[in-house]
Design a binder for this molecule. Structure first.
Ligand code: ADP
Length: 478
């Protein structure tokens, strides 16, 4: 089948989170199953055509928007290893040639409704232009809502494609005033409470949720959670009404990129059979982050957007007690200024135990996964979560809250039966996190238990093939 993915982030070109990793990997896995896959995404300022080896394919492609058309350029990414995946980057300087992806220090860009409507329109226009009209348009998160709507409109004599919409995070909804609808040519016939109207505003997310033929989200447990008022972000009723077409398909882990046996970003590689390289990584990480270089101390790590979602209020609550113990903890992240400063201040008070790096650093993220003994991810909610899966492969057992994809991917450790792959807690509070962190430290203190645990973690297989097969079945159904 011919599948057209529309997304606002695609690794390695642009990334703020897991969405990009999924779009970097799922298309390859679908192509390996024999599908013909096109991915369309914006060319932001950070995507330098030379550095990424982009080829210019088109200038002046006419993307319809409202009664008008907008002329956009099209670059093609190099995907030599996967000839059946084409990545097209939509070039429209006034819309995408900016420092941020979604906004800047002043908040979201005021014209985001227009920017992502243009992405959707350009995606379909270029598929028509290139004779690559899709059987299925697969949109990801609110930024692809307009693509789902525009797929319903008539494109010459081309047959309307089927549509799939994937929720990577329900918290982001793309809510805009009703006045954007006509200038962007969004279909009025779907602007009602059963469609993409959300209390008098246009919701791009709700466009995807109500108009697409099939809905998916990125883990089975999250698919259930978002149908409840607690986790539904106001969309739980809509999702319950569409429960029959909603499924949870777990994300995979791209083992071409996240594999300690071949990871070029590490000072030493390693495998489950030979863990000497992991010890080298640990010492190098301690040195890099100015922590005492000690093999015996448990080194914990987190890599994250610093937001309320990721459980940093719990971490900040638990750390004063935990830092009394003999442990080290490294955090790499950026986001909410108040979390950045609270974590940095705590690190300044405990320089031999806590190291906080504010920023976004892909290579350091790999070194943390490899160098740490334990990974900490106590999310309030987690649609799927990727870092816990990376941690498994890097032999770094995760401490997680039992929510969404974290619950679906991690089995709680049990010393007696020598089973489990991490340390889970249910209730979102500081004592529960502290207790599971304490259990992890006890396990670390027992080398036999811990090395068996590390081996079990590394043997887990969350490769994309299984997920791609599930998407493939879904495409066949429609
Ligand atoms: P989310 O998409 O909610 O942010 P995921 O766990 O699904 O969470 O994906 C996060 C991805 O972003 C991972 O690949 C993680 O390594 C990466 N990441 C997050 N913050 C940083 C950072 N500060 N530096 C490097 N990589 C980061």
């Amino acid at each position: 089948m011919r599948i057209l993915h529309v997304a606002s982030e695609v690794a390695p070109y642009s990334k703020t989170g897991g969405l990009a990793d999924v779009l970097g990997a799922l298309p390859k896995a679908l192509a390996a199953l024999g599908h013909d896959v096109t991915v369309v995404t914006p060319r932001y300022r950070s995507v330098d055509p030379e550095r990424f080896g982009l080829a210019r394919r088109l200038r002046g492609l006419a993307a319809p928007l409202g009664g008008d058309t907008v002329a956009v350029g099209v670059y093609e990414g190099q995907a030599a290893s996967t000839p059946k995946v084409r990545v097209y980057l939509v070039d429209h300087k006034p819309s995408f040639d900016r420092d941020g992806i979604y906004g800047d220090a002043n908040g979201d860009y005021a014209d985001n409704a227009r920017r992502f409507a243009l992405l959707g329109s350009a995606a379909l226009a270029l598929a028509a232009e290139f004779g690559a009209w899709p059987d299925v348009v697969h949109g990801h998160d609110w930024q692809a809502g307009p693509a789902i709507l525009f797929a319903r409109r008539r494109w010459g004599g081309l047959p309307p494609p089927k549509t799939v919409f994937t929720i990577h995070n329900l918290a982001f909804q793309g809510l805009f005033p009703e006045s954007v609808i006509d200038p962007l040519g969004l279909p009025r016939e779907y602007y009602n409470p059963e469609g993409y109207e959300f209390y008098g505003q246009a919701s791009y997310l709700k466009a995807g949720l109500t108009v697409a033929d099939r809905l998916t989200t990125v883990s089975p447990r999250y698919a259930r959670e978002i149908q409840t008022p607690e986790q539904g972000f106001g969309m739980d009723g809509v999702l319950r009404a569409r429960a029959k077409v909603l499924t949870g398909i777990l994300n995979g882990c791209d083992y071409d990129v996240w594999n300690p046996e071949r990871d070029v970003q590490l000072p030493a590689t390693y495998s489950a059979e030979s863990l000497a390289g992991k010890r080298v990584c640990k010492a190098a990480l301690q040195r890099e982050l100015n922590l005492p270089v000690r093999a015996d101390v448990p080194l914990c790590g987190s890599i994250s957007r610093l937001t309320d979602q990721k459980g940093f209020d719990l971490i900040l609550g638990a750390l004063p007690t935990l830092l009394e113990r003999d442990l080290q903890y490294v955090i790499l992240g950026s986001g909410a200024p108040e979390l950045e400063s609270a974590l940095s201040e705590l690190a300044a008070r405990h320089p031999r135990k806590l190291s906080v790096r504010i920023g976004y650093d892909e290579a350091l993220a790999h070194r943390i996964e490899a160098g740490c003994d334990l990974y900490v991810m106590p999310s309030r909610f987690e649609p799927c979560g990727l870092n816990q899966m990376y941690s498994l492969r890097y032999g770094t057992p995760p401490i997680v809250r039992a929510t969404g994809g974290l619950d679906d991917t991690i089995v709680d450790f049990d010393a007696r039966s020598r089973s489990g792959t991490g340390f889970k807690f249910e209730s979102y509070d500081v004592p529960s996190l502290t207790e599971s962190w304490r259990r992890a430290l006890v396990a670390y203190g027992n080398p036999d238990d811990f090395s068996a645990l590390v081996k079990r973690c590394m043997a887990q297989d969350f490769s994309w093939t299984r997920s791609a097969e599930a998407y493939s079945r879904l495409y066949s159904q429609i």
